[in-house]
Design a protein around this ligand. Structure first.
Ligand code: GRF
Length: 203
């Protein structure tokens, strides 16, 4: 399968996917990486892996709709089977989400439905949670609200700073995102009526 990855920053999850896709028998290939920020380090990671790296800056568009339509055009030129959001820090328009319905995945650093939105690690610490984690989900029009496919939990230790917790969560991100992408590429994973389905069983 052809995988296109959208990023805005460091791209450590992109790196995990690039590494996985190079392993024997991995059923997907990253065909391009698009960033809305020219200085995203993930673009360098893509270049180092010999993958097309494209910047489409949102600053030169007057509206979210106009940007998302341009983004759709860039993405579709690569004819991807799957679009993977990996730290793409933009809210997507309904038109964009509908265009890729059932083939758009996101990673969110919390145990959804807890802590949708930003600053998830600090919020988990402030709430006194003893458990935190990461979720991979299909993207629907509801921000961070689409059906969850897989989660990984980590402990929160007394005295943890947000950065400690973020590092612990990142290890799990890098483990589970390539796994979920693999399931999708194998044809085992789909979305139907806002439910995630793996091997014909609702998750
Ligand atoms: C990750 O924490 C991901 O969960 C969140 O953005 C971050 C991206 O990190 N949505 P990276 O750019 O993949 O290193």
């Amino acid at each position: 399968s052809r995988i296109l990855v959208l990023i805005s920053g460091s791209g450590s999850n992109l790196q995990a996917l690039l590494d996985a896709s190079k392993t024997c028998d991995y059923p997907g290939e990253v065909v391009a990486v698009i960033s809305n920020k020219a200085d995203a380090y993930g673009l360098t990671r893509a270049e180092n892996a010999g993958v097309d790296a494209v910047t489409l800056s949102h600053t030169s568009f007057d509206s979210r709709e106009a940007y998302d339509q341009a983004l759709i055009a860039q993405i579709d030129a690569y004819q991807p089977d799957l679009v993977v959001l990996a730290g793409f820090m933009r809210i997507l328009t309904p038109g964009f989400v509908q265009h890729y319905s059932g083939k758009l995945l996101n990673i969110h650093p919390s145990l959804l439905p807890k802590y949708q939105g930003l600053n998830t690690h600090q919020r988990a610490i402030d709430a006194g949670d003893t458990e935190h984690g990461v979720s991979i989900h299909f993207v629907t029009e509801e921000l961070d609200g689409g059906p969850v496919i897989l989660q990984a939990k980590v402990p929160v230790f007394p005295g943890d700073e947000a950065s400690d917790l973020a590092a612990r969560v990142h290890e799990q991100e890098h483990r589970i995102y390539p796994l979920v992408v693999k399931w999708f590429c194998q044809g085992r994973l789909r979305m139907s009526e806002d439910q995630a389905i793996l091997d014909n069983k609702a998750l």
